[in-house]
Ligand binder design. Sequence first.
Ligand code: GDP
Length: 223
Amino acid sequence: MLNETELKQRFKSAAFIASSPTVAQCPPDGGYEVAFAGRSNAGKSSAINALTDQGDLARVSKTPGRTQHLVFFDLSQNRRLVDLPGYGYAKVPEAIRTAWRGVIDEYLRERIALQGLVLVMDIRLPFTDFDQQMLAWTKARGLATLVLLTKSDKLKRGPALDVLRKVKQELPNHSPTATVELFSAETKTGVQIARWKLAEWYSWATPRQAPAPAEILVNLPPP
Ligand code: GDP
């Protein structure tokens, strides 16, 4: 079982490995991946930086020419964190939006390594069309999903908890496999909780137990 420091260390080791414009160009589909999605400006890069405790890791995803790419970060032992292209720039031409939808849709539908999705929503603007589309995709695949209500430091505690409660109520209508947490890259609210959730998806927190030999099971006394 990991302790808090070891968990943090695993995320801190994240390193850029690839930037892929299409699913066909992604690293080989093996091991475990957790993908991050969010409407642009929702705080996705800041969340990745906070989780990995690296000041500018996700900046690589924002370099011109890469904003429509899937960006892969290695966490060793065939675990990867994937920054999906952001969405919502007002002036993006329709052709690019269509291509974007195609790439994300294909990645979410077909990527076998994908264990879970982190959906970053600005606490002041939850359930945008983008968010609803993402949740519909995760529902279609039955994919484990963690919604992070980012920039929670922008609201006082009472109003922030109000939004959390409302989102908790509404979330099952969009996706039964989703849970939600408050998050702030500024105050680090929710950072460790999110790391533990990802640890579960990466199969870090609960290393698989070797199955008991059949003869032991057979010889067990009845309950
Ligand atoms: P992205 O486009 O989704 O990757 O969003 P960024 O991470 O670049 O964040 C967009 C803006 O929101 C930046 O100005 C960030 O500094 C700000 N921001 C992101 N997360 C937080 C947060 O938790 N608290 C506050 N106060 N601002 C944040």
